[in-house]
Design a protein around this ligand. Sequence first.
Ligand code: ZN
Length: 318
Amino acid sequence: MLDILQFLPAKRKQSSSGWISFNAPCCVHNGENQDRRSRGGLKLSDEGWSYHCFNCGYTASFVLGRNLSYKARRLLSWLNVPQEEIERINLESLKHKSIAGLLSERQQTANELQGIHFEDRDLPADTYPLTDSAEEYLRNRNISLNYPFFYKTMPRPGIVIPFTHNNQVVGHTTRFLDDRIPKYIQDIQPGYVFGTDLQSDAWNYVLVMEGVFDALSINGLAVLHAEINDAQVRLIRSLGREVIVVPDQDAAGMKLVDRAVELGWSVSMPEWPDCKDVNDAVIKYGRLATLITILANKESSKIKIELRKKQIVKRIRN
Ligand SMILES: [Zn+2]
């Protein structure tokens, strides 16, 4: 009953990258023409599925054990799944609710109470699966291709990185692949922190960095600029872990250090010659070695953090 494939149009095909494509049912509901070029894409995972329309940008996902989201319900109804059937799928899903699901639900309720809430967003229209050269770019930065990246060409070629929260898309950033400025363009909601969905329940600490590629490199969080605003602090605290800030080793990053000290969080500034940030270190030393040096250089003493910061400031000036 939870097999989504039975509801998809009969005319569909599967690509080597795992996308099952068929004519998207969403576009006509989003002010676009009926798709006739099989631009609706669905990917199955161990625990559910995610849908993305490469034409109008509509996204929806489903995780077994969770309630069907509003957007997943809409998608199913556009696929002509009767309302009663949608309710049955929801009930069936909740029967598979795991401990992890219950914990995440409790976390979600706590977040709502603290005013941590993000609305669902679509991804940009006219996106594509990654091209070979875009995959090459990510591989060169030592980024796992398991994350659901997309590719777009307009107005400039770039990689679209969905921002998720509780596995729902709530924004995105595009990293342009030409050398022009700006390098990024973002659709970000106030107080958003990237990477909460990358965290494992078993971890006692959480690493906080500036950039999205830093976070993707070692499953950390990204605050997405060189400051941590109060709403982001609430969200990071709500994870209930020891927080270790790993700043970029540049002038802007040092502002992040001051903020971390103010918040009473630990800071780690490993000696990584020629590396400006975590992603540089992961490219140079690999993921595990980078993680080990971060944990080995974790510092919570304010004085020691200041001393280390001075060394870095001196190096930046030289
Ligand atoms: Zn669509």
